[in-house]
Design a protein around this ligand. Sequence first.
Ligand SMILES: C[S@@+](CC[C@H](N)C(=O)[O-])C[C@H]1O[C@@H](n2cnc3c(N)ncnc32)[C@H](O)[C@@H]1O
Length: 324
Amino acid sequence: MADLPQDLRTALEAALSNVPAAQLTSSFQRLSTRYREEQAATSPIMASPADVITYSAYRMPATFAAVRSTLEQVALQLPDFAPVKQLDLGGGTGSAVWAATDVWPSLANVTVLEQVTEAIALGKKLTANAESPAVRTTTWTTGRLDQSTFESADLVTVSYVLSELSTEQQQNLVAQLATQQGLVALIEPGTPGGYERIVAARDQLIAAGHSVIAPCPHDLACPIPRGRDWCHFTSRVNRSAVHRRTKGAELGFEDEKFSYVVTSPTLRAHAANRVLRHPQQRKGLVSLRLCTDAGELREELVSKRQGPLYRTARNTEFGDPWPT
Ligand SMILES: C[S@@+](CC[C@H](N)C(=O)[O-])C[C@H]1O[C@@H](n2cnc3c(N)ncnc32)[C@H](O)[C@@H]1O
């Protein structure tokens, strides 16, 4: 469970306090239908102040959770990685900034590049009183990804953006990311389409000399049978009252599905295996579906007789490295 930091929750509650429920519900219907299409946008999808505030109510908790879970896995693989500079491309209202600084308090210099001025206005408002100096002093730049040359950074985040770009724009963006010296983190919805975009970007980055830090335990071809399955993970998100009202939802939580890849042109580190499903627990047995460092998919059964390994397996979660 990746809850929003308390200072972000407080800022969101203040920003949302005077927004009529009917406005949130109607913007939510339009935005969620459009985002589900996963079609490249010829003009910004989240365009008006009403869209932006609605996005912050129902998507920021989920995109924060997905980015945080992703970066947590990177921190496990690279315990000495202490980034100072983050560049967040298509940053919207800033979820990835909050997530990255939550994982790496070493961050001190953060820039968001975003095309929608209303998203930047809300992002600035939300970060104005953040506890983290890095979040508070974020530089918000208005601009288009397809018309910009990026400065280098220790960490570049591109979260839930690729689907809004044409295939050619995605390839141009990834080609530019491949020239970065720092880590490149791409996160997409955990749908077949999101996975395809991540695999295409992964292949392009590897061809340009990058190595995968997470989730893949290898730089070989993805072994998941295309068209029949797709690699994705989940993060549980608590729904606040306004989140539930915006979506017309009753449950107090939701599971955000996401696909991701994080690569580096210089660092080499990855898990020995990655757990690709919720581990199945049967009497005295835990069954793990793994992607291995040989670039293969494999089931591993861990039995109670294996003592400490069994106890570790029982506490292992979907998306974790194995052995943990
Ligand atoms: C679904 S939102 C994701 C926002 C944020 N990264 C997050 O994870 O919550 C996609 C964002 O990408 C921005 N975007 C899409 N295409 C862009 C482009 N060509 N240049 C700059 N920003 C772009 C949109 O304006 C929007 O804010």
